[in-house]
Design a protein around this ligand. Structure first.
Ligand SMILES: NC(=O)C1=CN([C@@H]2O[C@H](COP(=O)(O)OP(=O)(O)OC[C@H]3O[C@@H](n4cnc5c(N)ncnc54)[C@H](O)[C@@H]3O)[C@@H](O)[C@H]2O)C=CC1
Ligand SMILES: CC(C)[C@@H](O)CC[C@@H](C)[C@H]1CC[C@H]2[C@@H]3[C@H](O)CC4=CC(=O)CC[C@]4(C)[C@H]3CC[C@]12C
Length: 380
């Protein structure tokens, strides 16, 4: 197939952690496309070099919260994978900004699909549209039909839930040209893999404490995690099958899952960090929960006091502590039944790829040596 004869896909947020893996996945495994439009507020120019003689990777700088930008990006395209989002549960950006990007941005994508006659939309939602809630209700090996006390107060999960509702309600609406829009929503659990910003923070934090991770969470609390390559693969398959079986996938939600083990958030991270000589201290939480909660509240107070001077957004706050302390694991085969999804990467390969990347942080971080020397390894 020569460039130009295939379909045009738009990936919003295509320069992000998941988005960039998705672009590479489409290039490698999707033969029906001739152009991938990478729409993002912050362009990663390295993606432009991925173009080949079959597929053009076109970077489009734009703001999802501006309808005109979205309309221009979608003009003449065939399908949109909408991953652009402000992923913030730390108070880095105002709630209004999260709503503007995640909700209004999604409204704009839907409006542009309607006006530009784009028939297919795959939305990247999140486990957070379900939970865990801050009441400590565990979601243990749940699926898309599991009853759960959904309770949202935080801007991010609220915005993802509102956006997903808009996407699902838009399934079947009439668009330009008299056709119909078909939509589906994918809900990843905690994504890990090459490029995960949070893992970089945990790695750097651990270097400062002599490659020691001090256990804060009960090892019994399991958190579902999914490899970024498998999330990208599920998006590709959903995009492909939504076109072939729109009545099956249209209006549906699917958890993103693979064979990553069910572990506590900290123990799961140690699957990778231990390969760099990190050790977790304590078989049980080293400090009582109430003390952690007080520390989380102190962080909120400091964030408030420092607001306007600096953005103080530590990992620990009451919300992240509540989420981390509540089991949320999924066990489902809905994506397999509806569109033949099977993870592309087995756990061992996902683990090896992530470890290779984490190890590269050791090589690339110029300040690592200083940190190591200053921290006087506590765990020899
Ligand atoms: N990281 C995780 O563990 C999980 C992420 N998700 C979802 O996956 C998607 C991707 O998340 P990540 O890759 O982790 O985040 P990310 O922050 O790495 O990527 C988001 C991308 O969206 C872009 N973006 C932000 N605001 C924009 C705007 N106004 N206009 C255009 N582009 C904008 C950013 O520049 C970035 O490239 C998001 O929708 C997120 O809600 C869902 C479950 C878990
Ligand atoms: C000591 C603890 C406070 C520390 O280990 C906290 C970990 C905490 C930062 C993470 C635990 C669970 C994570 C969230 C979960 O994976 C669900 C998510 C889905 C998304 O769509 C975005 C990210 C996140 C909210 C994720 C964020 C980090 C955690 C809260």
């Amino acid at each position: 197939m020569t460039a130009g004869s295939g379909q045009v896909y738009v990936v919003t947020g295509g320069c992000g952690f998941l988005g960039s893996h998705l672009v590479r996945m489409l290039l490698e495994h999707e033969k029906n496309i001739s152009e991938i439009r990478v729409f993002d507020l912050h362009l990663d120019e390295s993606l432009r070099t991925l173009s080949n003689d079959r597929v053009r990777v076109r970077l489009i700088s734009g703001d999802i919260s501006r309808l005109a930008d979205v309309q221009e990006a979608l003009h003449g395209s065939h399908l949109v994978i909408h991953t652009a989002s402000l992923v913030d549960v730390w108070g880095r950006v105002p709630a209004s900004k999260i709503t503007e990007v995640n909700v209004t941005g999604t409204e704009n994508v839907l409006q542009a699909c309607k006006e530009e006659g784009v028939q297919y939309l795959v939305y990247t939602s999140s486990m957070e549209v379900v939970g865990p809630n801050i009441h400590g209700d565990h979601f243990y090996r749940g699926n898309e039909d599991t009853e759960y006390r959904i309770y949202h107060k935080e801007p991010y999960p609220l915005s993802k839930a509102k956006a997903e509702k808009l996407v699902l309600e838009a399934n079947g609406i009439k668009i330009k040209g008299g056709k119909m829009l078909y939509t589906c929503s994918l809900r990843p659990t905690g994504i890990y893999g090459e490029g995960h910003e949070l893992m970089k923070q945990f790695h750097r934090q651990g270097l400062r404490t002599g490659r020691c991770v001090f256990r804060a969470l009960s090892p019994a609390i399991e958190h579902g995690r999914v490899y970024v390559g498998n999330v990208a693969w599920m998006h590709l398959l959903a995009a492909r099958q939504l076109q072939i079986h729109p009545s099956t996938l249209g209006g549906q939600v699917y958890f993103c899952y693979d064979s990553s083990p069910y572990k506590s958030y900290e123990d799961f991270n140690m699957e990778f960090l231990s390969a760099c000589g990190f050790k977790i201290i304590g078989s049980r939480p080293l400090v009582p929960y109430f003390l952690l909660y007080l520390l989380a509240l102190l962080n909120v107070l400091l964030q408030w006091v420092l607001h306007g001077f600096i953005t103080y957004a530590p990992i620990l706050n009451p919300y992240t502590l509540a989420v981390a302390s509540t089991t949320f694991t999924v066990q489902t085969d809905k994506a397999e039944k509806h569109f033949g999804y099977q993870p592309l990467y087995a756990w061992e390969e996902a683990k090896m790829r992530t470890i290779t990347w984490v190890k590269s942080l050791e090589v690339s971080g110029k300040d690592l040596k200083d940190v190591d020397e200053k921290s006087n390894y506590c765990c020899s």
